[in-house]
Design a protein around this ligand. Sequence first.
Ligand SMILES: [Zn+2]
Length: 60
Amino acid sequence: MKCPLCGNIFQEADAEASCQGCPMAGGCHMVKCPNCGYDVVKEPKLIKALKAWRRKGNGN
Ligand SMILES: [Zn+2]
């Protein structure tokens, strides 16, 4: 994903690691940009599924 604040591109998993210690760890819908610490809203699963589906379609 891309941070809207600083433009840093990072893996969601990396950002989730930075959320450990947060009382909502794993339960919140935000990830923290590893570069600037900005809270970015995670992409909803539905959007991810759609993107994956479209990628698959383009492959054919
Ligand atoms: Zn950032």
